[in-house]
Design a protein around this ligand. Structure first.
Ligand SMILES: [Zn+2]
Length: 310
């Protein structure tokens, strides 16, 4: 299995277009130790020919340009795409908007929970990807399903599972109480497996907390790509960027007693890679104390173009 990180930043990317925080200024200036990042997406393939996207970010067109494996292959004729499927983990703008880049009458399949597929169905702009050319396929929870699209079996399965999280920001219902109307299926994690080799990895770009069932599921995994939005829960408030904590946005922080570093310290995962990293996160500075703490805990900070073979 080949896994490529197409985009490792959270919504807004790095630098974010309207941001003058310390990190964004530094990366724009080309300061050593800072690397620009596009928004959140992975690609996975068993054979290197047919690929599935895991989320479709607004930066997809740029990501495709930077990833030769995803270019149209001339041996398949005038029009071709190696992308046979796109699997969505939630309805966030940074995870679904890239779908519209895949128009031009090219067949592929869109996988998501009913909650997320309902967003695609109710927003008419996504009709540029009309069925039956681009079928929507419901992902059940806790059941591995084979991935296919455009008549191609990718030779991989994907299992969706609910993770603690929040409904997409633009669907928040303030009158619905503390969880803003969040329902099961609004945020999922994915386990992608190769049945032939029995190898698998987890992709969880959005997660509010690691509860007991999630910890049990991830224990002993070979690789987990995990939500690295914030280093500390209140860093956006502290930096004067936004009056919201990570917890309020549905994202666990890296540090602290209830952060992901602490939670994973007992889970014996082979390789831990942060993705979906917000531009406010001090870990984006390779020379920061935050980065040293992450390195010391055995985590990697994902970057665009990172390739993992499994
Ligand atoms: Zn910034």
């Amino acid at each position: 299995m080949i896994i490529k990180v197409l985009g490792s930043a959270a919504g807004g990317g790095f630098p974010q277009w309207n941001c003058n925080c310390r990190n964004c200024v530094a990366v724009r200036a080309g300061t050593p130790g800072f690397r620009a990042r596009t928004q959140s997406s992975l690609a996975v393939s068993r054979d290197g020919e047919s690929w599935a996207l895991l989320n479709a970010s607004p930066d997809l067109r740029q990501q495709l340009g930077q990833t030769p494996e995803l270019h149209a292959n001339p041996k398949h004729g005038l029009r071709h795409s190696p992308i046979k499927a796109a699997v969505l983990t939630n309805g966030d703008v940074d995870h679904v908007i890239g779908l519209v880049n895949l128009r031009e009458a090219q067949p592929f399949s869109i996988y998501g929970t009913d909650r997320v597929l309902d967003i695609i169905k109710s927003n008419s702009v996504f009709q540029v990807l009309a069925e039956p050319l681009v079928p929507r396929i419901t992902l059940p929870l806790d059941k591995a399903v084979p991935l296919s699209g455009a008549g191609v079996d990718l030779g991989l399965t994907v299992e969706a599972f609910a993770v603690p999280g929040k409904v997409a920001l633009y669907l928040e219902d303030a009158s619905a109480g503390e969880d803003f109307g969040t329902q099961e299926g609004d945020t999922i994690g994915l386990k992608v497996s190769d049945p032939a080799t029995k190898k698998s990895f987890f992709y969880i770009p959005g997660c509010a907390t690691i509860d007991e069932p999630l910890a049990r599921r991830l224990k002993g995994a070979s690789i987990v790509f995990f939500d690295g939005t914030l280093f500390t829960d209140d860093e956006m408030i502290e930096q004067g960027l936004l009056g919201k904590t990570g917890a309020r946005m549905g994202h666990i922080s890296m540090s602290g007693p209830s952060g992901s570093i602490a939670a994973f310290s007992k889970l014996e995962v082979g390789r831990l890679i942060y993705v979906h990293i917000n531009n406010s996160n001090p870990a984006l500075d390779e020379n920061s104390a935050a980065r040293k703490a992450i390195d010391g805990a055995g985590w990697e900070v994902g970057y665009d173009g990172l390739e993992v073979r499994l």
